[in-house]
Structure formats: C-alpha cells, structure tokens
Design a protein around this ligand. Structure first.
Ligand SMILES: [Zn+2]
Ligand SMILES: [Zn+2]
Length: 133
C-alpha cells in the first residue's frame, strides 16, 4: 500500500497516510457550504488511525458543531481543512483538497443534493479557462 501526503496552504501542517480510502463523497449540505466557503465538501474516508502527522499538529484546531455530528479540523495559521476522526470514532475523514497526490479512489457520489447551492448547476456548465480570461 502506497503512502500519500497532505498539507495545508501555509505549509506549517503536514501528514502522511496509507493511500487506502474506502469512500469519497461530495457533500452539498448547507453546513459543508458554510465551512468550505464553496459549493460542496470533498471528503475521503479511511480507517481511524490511518494518519501520521509530520509537522504542525499543535497548530490544529477542531470545531465540533453542537447540534450535529459535524466537525472541522483546520490549521490556525491559514485556515486550511485538515483530516479528523469523526465524532462517532468510526472513520477518519480526509478533505481531498489537502492531499499532495491523487487518492486511490474517485468520487463515488454527490450527497445532500436537495441542499445544493442555487448556483451549482450553472457552475458546472460555465466556460473553462487555464487562467483569468
Ligand atoms: Zn497552514
Ligand atoms: Zn455536508
């Protein structure tokens, strides 16, 4: 099993884990929109304990939403989302965008689609450019 690394934007936090993910969900719920500032979260799931922090673990801060099993772990310097164990303790969630290489699996589904951002359908049909047009 190969290993994969991940890091935050400022580079102060980094980790490695086995490239062994069992699910990959794009979550469009309102909470994921708020916490990512974007249309959806891109969450990979792996075994609890499949993580080795290489540096910066002390810079991490975790937020647990009181009403729901919903959390975010982030670098307090740059705000990037970092991996965390679910509150149920059943899985480790790795935000796909923090990985430095490609994960072992592709996204499997889009979930909580009834809560999708009103502009998402237009976003995926919008023209693409390699940089600012
Ligand atoms: Zn950072
Ligand atoms: Zn969500």
């Amino acid at each position: 099993m190969s290993t994969i690394t991940g890091s935050c934007l400022c580079g102060r936090v980094s980790f490695e884990c086995k490239n062994d993910f069992h699910s990959f969900h794009l979550c469009h719920c309102k909470q994921c929109q708020k916490i990512t500032g974007s249309a959806h979260a891109s969450n990979l799931f792996t075994q609890v304990g499949n993580i080795k922090w290489l540096k910066g673990e002390a810079l991490l801060k975790r937020y647990n939403m009181p009403e729901r099993f919903f959390s975010k772990n982030f670098c307090t310097e740059c705000g990037s989302s970092m991996p965390y164990e679910t509150q149920s303790g059943k899985a480790l969630i790795v935000p796909a965008g923090c990985l430095d290489q490609s994960p072992s699996i592709e996204p499997q589904d889009n979930i909580f689609c009834t809560e999708k951002a009103s502009w998402y359908a237009s976003a995926i049909k919008a023209p693409s450019f390699d940089r600012f047009p």
